[in-house]
Unconditional design. Structure first.
Length: 347
């Protein structure tokens, strides 16, 4: 693409045109939520770019021989396409279709995840140039891997990061929560694409909240745009609270959207908990000024009706999950931590 004028599509439907720094909306129902809030398509493309600070990101761009390595040029190289939604771009007047740009292989996955020289050299000598890794956002080294027709996210993880992610997944399942599927890998954690190849569109909360992650503000926004998502949102931040996850931000939760109508259909499964629990060491027992507990209790005080969404957590349940994972951890410390934090929640 030789210029920055392009059509924006959802599947094969043109929803807007970005020309001369102006957005002309043609189908508001299917327009990406970011563009409904901020009508700047170049800024939208920047949000879809691989983190340029990741070492393997730089290797990937070098192997692909990208001349222009800025975020917008990087995303344009793959027509703005991602695994988790069906939004993309094409030059004005182009006859490209969604099937032409939708990803069908994971050829560059090893380079994106591992960054070793053999994977770099193999990628550099390939004639291929399209890869979902250029729009695989986030600060951790990761990749998309295709397995039996399904996309899986593989993310580098230490032992404690892996335990924390798997523990929260299994505890969430035991509590009947809406959880993304996780599996243990070798030096990495695996997560199944919860959009099933963009059969639904994932809209991260940043598209409608910006950087604002304030609990009350998120709830107020959800009341307006997708009230059916509120119970799962409350359960997610409840889990963050009892498992000491300080890294919940507007790019690691969001909503699912019908690809045909654009209707928001509910909260996306809970994912990205690898900085919770013991991932950065074993947290101390919570005190009276614990930030996450205080913030959650303040929300419940404002909305006592949300208490009905809070599940019951028992010591036996926590211990059962730890035993199931069969990983070397300080089991009693984790039991005391999770149950202790749970007991300080206003239920």
């Amino acid at each position: 693409m030789t210029n920055r004028n392009y059509g924006i599509l959802s599947g094969d439907t043109v929803v807007a045109v970005w020309q001369d720094n102006k957005l002309d909306i043609l189908n508001e129902a299917l327009l990406p939520l970011y563009l409904k809030k901020n009508q700047n398509a170049d800024l939208w493309l920047e949000t879809r770019a691989i983190d340029s600070h990741r070492a393997n990101s730089r290797l990937l761009k070098k192997a692909l021989r990208l001349v222009e390595k800025d975020d917008i040029s990087t995303v344009i190289h793959v027509n703005g396409a991602t695994i988790t939604d069906n939004y993309w771009i094409r030059e004005i007047g182009s006859n490209l279709t969604y099937s032409d740009v939708k990803f069908s292989d994971d050829y560059f996955s090893n380079l994106a995840l591992k960054g070793n020289y053999d994977s770099f050299n193999r990628a550099a000598n390939s004639k291929r140039s399209k890869t979902p890794e250029l729009t695989n956002v986030g600060s951790f080294e990761k990749c998309w891997k295709l397995r039996d027709g399904k996309w899986w996210m593989l993310k580098k993880a230490s032992h404690n990061e892996m335990f924390s992610e798997l523990f929260i997944y299994e505890l969430g399942r035991a509590l009947g929560m809406n959880m993304a599927v996780y599996e243990r890998g070798e030096g990495c954690i695996k997560s199944l694409d919860f959009t099933d190849g963009a059969s639904v569109n994932f809209e991260p909360a940043s598209t409608f909240m910006g950087d604002n992650e304030d609990y009350s503000d998120v709830v107020q926004t959800l009341e307006k745009i997708c009230p059916e998502a509120i119970p799962d949102y409350i359960r997610m931040i409840f889990m963050d609270t009892i498992c000491a996850n300080p890294d919940r931000h507007t790019n690691n939760f969001g909503l699912l959207r019908d690809v045909k109508t654009g209707k928001l259909i509910g909260f996306a499964p809970n994912y990205d908990n690898n900085m919770a629990l013991i991932s950065r060491g074993y947290p101390s027992k919570p005190g009276a000024k614990d930030m996450l507990i205080s913030l959650f209790n303040e929300l419940i005080e404002e909305h006592p009706e949300y208490k009905s969404y809070i599940p019951v957590v028992t010591e036996d349940m926590v211990r059962t999950v730890i035993i199931k994972l069969n990983m070397k951890v300080k089991s009693q410390v984790i039991v005391d931590l999770v149950v202790g934090r749970y007991n300080q929640i206003d239920k």
